[in-house]
Design a binder for this molecule. Structure first.
Ligand code: OSB
Ligand code: MG
Length: 368
């Protein structure tokens, strides 16, 4: 791919309002922007979506930086590649560290699409011109949740996802359901329950939820299979699926009926597409998960969600859901419940250099 250099930008930005789960609050977001430039001066962007602390997965911004700097960038330097799939293949020799891998691999996809003068969505095999947009409500009060839902429905979102835990589930959701009898609502527990809570989880069946995301342990597919036999609400797996093999086994075991595909969690677009293709062959619907990300990752999510199997609204909200001002131009917008898939080369968004500078903590350059 004729790479001339790779740059890493470490940035930080406050969220408009805290994002609360039973695992803690995210109030400010650190992230890594990867820029890969080729010898002709074309460039591609990727984003590292690990958080500052390991609450969602074991990776952090610092572990990602270490793996990028000391392992992945040297690997790409030593093995010149022609296509991004070759990077994904090279990275298979490195255990886990999926968000670090994805940060670099997605930048290579953007660059490759620009070298081919083609939209990334098209390169990946995407067919949708627009994708259905959903949004997440992550707060600890019913009043705030209702206020946010009202606002998000005005903004056109097609589906609302609500964070739940054993201290905030049935009665909280029943109040929402009473006000919005027809609204597509789903819930995400981020592993807040165990099989001992089976009665609490069964009670949710009567609320007509689209699905329940990751109710049990972050690394489990056995207990989820037991639970799915006991509840009518479809289980969707998030944290438990970090590879194609995980997806295959979870589907074979009956651990879920839906999969949330996150590019960072599975190590990049190559693995994300493999999981998508397998799910399609098994009639398992998928949607694209969010990571409270900046615009670069959001842009990659849009390209991925343009694939045919993404039949459920994704956690791909507008830039303004989290940010006063995003780092991309134009910002991602939701129009009547949809996000437009760009038809210009690569991810189809450019970097807002002024905003990047405002958010910049440090920068590192790796010449090839
Ligand atoms: O579990 O899906 C999750 C955000 C950060 C970490 C994990 C999750 C989330 C979300 C999506 O719920 C938020 C978004 O829209 O970006
Ligand atoms: Mg989730």
């Amino acid at each position: 791919m004729n790479i001339a250099r790779i740059e890493l930008y470490i940035i930080q930005m406050p969220l408009k309002s805290p994002f609360l789960t039973h695992l803690g609050a995210v109030e400010s977001r650190e992230g890594i922007i990867v820029k890969v430039t080729d010898k002709a001066g074309l460039f591609g962007y990727g984003e590292g979506v690990a958080f500052s602390t390991p609450w969602y997965t074991e990776e952090t911004v610092k572990t990602s930086l270490h793996i990028l700097k000391d392992v992945l960038i040297p690997l790409i330097k030593e093995h010149p590649i022609k296509r991004p799939e070759e990077a994904a293949q090279l990275f298979q020799a490195i255990r886990r560290n999926n968000m670090a891998k994805s940060a670099l691999e997605t930048a290579l996809w953007d660059l490759y699409a620009k070298q081919e003068s083609s939209p990334l969505a098209k390169i990946l095999g995407g067919t949708r011109a627009k994708i259905a947009s959903g949004v997440v409500v992550a707060t600890d009060s019913t009043a705030k949740a209702l206020q946010q839902i009202e606002q998000y429905l005005v903004e056109g979102y097609q589906r609302i996802k609500v964070k739940i835990n054993p201290k905030q589930d049935y009665s909280f959701l029943a109040e929402i359901r009473k006000l919005y009898p027809e609204l597509p609502i789903m819930v995400d527990a981020n592993s807040a329950y165990t099989l001992n809570d089976i009665d609490r989880l069964k009670a949710l069946d009567e609320l007509n939820l689209l699905m329940i995301e990751q109710p049990l342990a972050h690394d489990d597919i056995i207990d989820h299979a037991i639970l799915q036999k006991e509840i009518r609400t479809p289980i969707c797996l998030d944290e438990s699926i970090v590879t194609f093999e995980d997806a295959k086994k979870a589907i074979e075991l009956g651990s879920c009926q839906v999969i949330n595909i996150k590019v960072g969690r599975v190590g990049g677009l190559f693995e994300a597409k493999r999981i998508h293709d397998y799910c399609m062959s098994k009639d398992i619907p998928v949607w694209c998960g969010g990571m409270i990300e900046f615009g670069i990752s959001r842009a990659h999510n849009i390209a991925l969600a343009s694939l045919q199997g993404f039949t459920i609204p994704s956690d791909i909200s507008a830039s303004s859901r989290f940010w006063e001002e995003d780092i991309i131009l134009p910002e991602v917008q939701v129009n009547k419940g949809y996000v437009q898939v760009p038809n210009t080369p690569g991810i189809g968004f450019s970097l807002n250099e002024k905003r990047l500078q405002e958010a910049l903590l440090s920068k590192k350059t790796f010449p090839f």
